[in-house]
Design a protein around this ligand. Structure first.
Ligand SMILES: [Zn+2]
Ligand SMILES: [Zn+2]
Length: 292
């Protein structure tokens, strides 16, 4: 009996030892599980934090995307405005170039106008220089005396005839040098021809008429008609005055030697003013040569 109890006691003790060992194992296992649980809890907590951070990042990304979109729209608007500005700049440059071109044209035209005025002025001065000192018209059949003064051939011939009636020595009507020789001046005829080419048709016809009159009068001189009369505008007698061209000789009727101080220009004789000298018409502005 005691032996059985003893065996039973031993078995119980062995079982207790086993149970204690098992308890110890279980306690260790429990500690591990608790530690693992705590670890898991920490991981879950960390996971939650990460999710929250992810959420924040997504929000931030969304905000950035929106911002980028707005920025892109603004940029495209800015690009469009820049394009417009560039187009306007190009238009302004084109306009400026056109204005420069127009200014250059205006300046060129002004130069042209002033140079053509200059040419007209010089032509007028030259025309005045080429007028006969006796009849004041552009010379017809220019004839140069030994003193180098030049007149129409008819005018100077008429002057010489007139002078011969009163004095043995005939002088130049301008400088009074004795006339010893005379020559036709064809160069001057050509220059006068060039000037007349610039005239209007009316002026050219007047010039032709004048040349025809000179030819007829020269022919009359050669055939002996040498006295002044009322129909000859270049050698005319009216009341007590005798005119050679536009020069008036006041002594009449004995026709003494002409005192050149008494030789004056007539201005109001009807027969002449009805065919006024071109220079007077130019001065009055009623006639404009073609080159104007
Ligand atoms: Zn003349
Ligand atoms: Zn002279």
């Amino acid at each position: 009996m005691g032996k059985q109890t003893r065996e039973r006691q031993l078995k119980l003790e062995a079982r207790i030892v086993k149970l204690k060992s098992r308890e110890k194992e279980l306690r260790i296992s429990k500690d591990r599980i608790v530690a693992r649980f705590e670890r898991t809890c920490q991981l879950l907590k960390r996971l939650n934090q990460l999710r929250e951070e992810q959420c924040e990042l997504l929000k931030e990304k969304f905000r950035l995307t929106l911002h980028l979109q707005v920025e892109s729209e603004v940029q495209s608007r800015v690009q469009s405005k820049l394009q417009q500005v560039m187009t306007l700049q190009q238009q302004i440059m084109v306009k400026a170039a056109q204005q420069d071109h127009a200014k250059e044209n205006v300046a060129g035209n002004q130069d042209c106008v002033s140079s053509s005025k200059d040419v007209v002025d010089k032509m007028q001065r030259m025309e005045i220089e080429l007028r006969c000192g006796i009849c004041s018209e552009l010379m017809v059949s220019a004839t140069t005396l030994n003193c180098m003064h030049t007149f129409c051939q008819y005018c100077v011939t008429q002057w010489k005839n007139f002078e011969k009636n009163r004095a043995p020595i005939v002088g130049c009507p301008v400088c009074r040098d004795t006339i010893t020789s005379e020559r036709r001046n064809f160069s001057m005829d050509n220059i006068i021809g060039i000037i007349v080419d610039c005239y209007s048709e009316d002026e050219k016809n007047n010039r032709k008429e004048l040349m025809k009159q000179h030819q007829e009068l020269t022919r009359n001189l050669l055939t002996g008609e040498r006295q002044p009369n009322t129909s000859n505008p270049f050698y005319q007698i009216t009341n007590r005055n005798v005119f050679i061209g536009e020069m008036r000789v006041e002594e009449m009727p004995s026709l003494p030697r002409i005192n050149l101080q008494n030789v004056t220009r007539r201005r109001s004789l009807t027969s002449i003013t009805s065919r006024p000298a071109t220079v007077r018409r130019l001065q009055q502005g009623s006639v404009r040569p073609r080159w104007r």
